[in-house]
Design a protein around this ligand. Structure first.
Ligand code: ADP
Ligand code: ASP
Ligand code: MG
Length: 405
């Protein structure tokens, strides 16, 4: 008997009808002779709604209370799904993160999974039940409820699949799989049959929120292939795995974009050793990750330092940077949120000639100005004005002929 871990996203369980649809699909998997563990997200926009509610009470809610509040979203969907399965005549049980033995660190709203005690889940499977686990949550040693960060149910699913030694792990969503660009933005984007962990990780970190980045890191670490497929059709979807790609037709795999970006510039700082550390160490200590960094050539030993962060971190980052800037006697700190990031991703892309020229030529032809550039071995990223982001995605998608992939 195989053990299959399935994860259903918020759109797949957005209302009672969709929960019944998901239940029917789970029954199909169970009927084929498999043990099934299901991880669910909260219904539709529940998490956003709960967040809004908390912010109507206070602009800075206690993160401990917030995590208990947010965790209820997944409790609602998991219990309803268990009820749906029972009405169909199947033994099913819902488990919260705590009941499922998911132990985490105590940094609320972005906790990390430390360990999973699988005993309860294994006992329920042994008893023939379908186990439904509330995603996105766990519990600290002090028995406080935590959440794993937005989109964290994917991480719950992969962590469970790895810990239980599952035979397969599938993340069901509202698209047929991973596409060459967000299909909502590029209608002729094509569905990929497969991509590597590395490519998927860059795609996710650089804006394609369809799979949580930490889920992919875990999948890679445990070499747990992850399939992304639709909860509405029977298309096999896209396999994310660690092997060589079977068909390398196009070295560019996909384009991602991200509007949740802010730029911080410190003007007129002394160009001496230790300055970058003075800026980036306190940001790191505050849990803020910094992306594209550019320091311009110095004039009269004074330089300008520019970097990007997620827009959500801007308030916290500005407070820190202002403090550092005044200690360093910097001239001014500027911020800009009207920017976005566009990235082209493909394994070994930068080894091949011509990719950078196609990239920059096509943006120049479309009159799209580039503010910052960063690259990795498998990615080229540019920062452009927010109102040019979608144009840039479409231009690059066609320049790299991804509609023919
Ligand atoms: P779920 O409710 O299943 O968690 P999400 O809305 O979080 O679903 O993620 C699925 C959405 O991600 C899709 O509807 C799609 O618009 C978007 N998306 C962005 N980039 C991609 C991509 N490259 N491939 C597929 N979907 C993408
Ligand atoms: N419900 C949470 C969120 O919206 C977690 C998830 O869906 O994965 O971020
Ligand atoms: Mg989601």
């Amino acid at each position: 008997m195989s053990l299959i871990v399935q994860k259903y996203g918020g759109t797949s369980v957005a209302d009672a009808g969709r929960i019944m649809n998901v239940a029917r699909r789970i029954v199909g998997t169970k009927m084929s002779g498999n043990d099934v563990v299901v991880v669910v997200s909260a219904m539709g926009d529940t998490t956003d709604d709960l967040l809004k509610l908390a912010h109507q009470i206070t602009p800075k809610p206690s993160t401990r209370e917030l995590d208990v509040l947010l965790s209820t979203g997944e409790m609602v969907s998991s219990t309803l799904l268990a009820m749906a399965l029972k009405t169909m005549g199947y033994e099913a049980i819902s488990l919260s993160g705590l009941q499922a033995g998911i132990k985490t660190t105590n940094n609320f709203t972005r906790a990390l999974i430390l360990d999973i005690d699988p005993q309860r889940i294994l006992a329920e499977l042994q008893a023939g039940k379908i186990v439904i686990v509330a995603g996105f949550q766990g519990v600290t040693e002090q028995m406080d409820i935590t959440t794993l960060g937005r989109g964290g149910s994917d991480t719950t699913a992969v962590a469970l699949a790895a810990r239980l030694g599952a035979d397969s792990c599938v993340r069901y969503t509202d698209t047929e799989g991973i596409y060459t660009a967000d299909p909502r933005i590029v209608p002729d984007a094509t569905q990929l049959k497969e991509l590597t962990y590395e490519e998927m990780l860059e795609l996710s970190v650089y804006g394609s929120k369809v799979v949580h980045p930490r889920a992919i890191e875990l999948a890679e670490y445990y070499n747990m292939p992850l399939r992304v497929a639709s909860s509405f059709t029977n298309n096999p979807g896209t396999l994310i795995h660690g092997g060589e790609k079977l068909e390398v037709r196009n070295k560019v795999t996909a384009i991602s974009h991200d509007m949740n970006v802010a730029k911080v510039t410190i003007l007129g700082i002394p160009d001496t050793p230790g300055i970058a550390a003075a800026v980036f160490v306190p940001l790191a200590d505050a849990g803020i990750s910094v992306d594209t960094i550019v320091q311009n050539a110095s004039i009269n030993n004074m330089a300008d330092l520019t970097f990007t962060i997620t827009e959500d971190d801007l308030e916290k980052a500005t407070a820190i940077v202002n403090q550092v800037a005044s200690k360093l006697n910097a001239r001014e700190v500027l911020t800009d949120t009207h920017i976005g990031k566009v990235s082209v991703i493909g394994s070994s892309m930068l080894n091949g000639p011509g990719y950078a020229s196609t990239f920059f030529n096509s943006l120049a032809d479309a009159n799209i100005n580039i503010e910052l550039i960063s690259t990795s071995e498998i990615r080229i990223t540019v920062i452009v004005k927010e109102d040019k982001v979608l144009d840039a995605v479409r231009v690059l998608h066609s320049a790299f002929r991804l509609n023919e992939a």
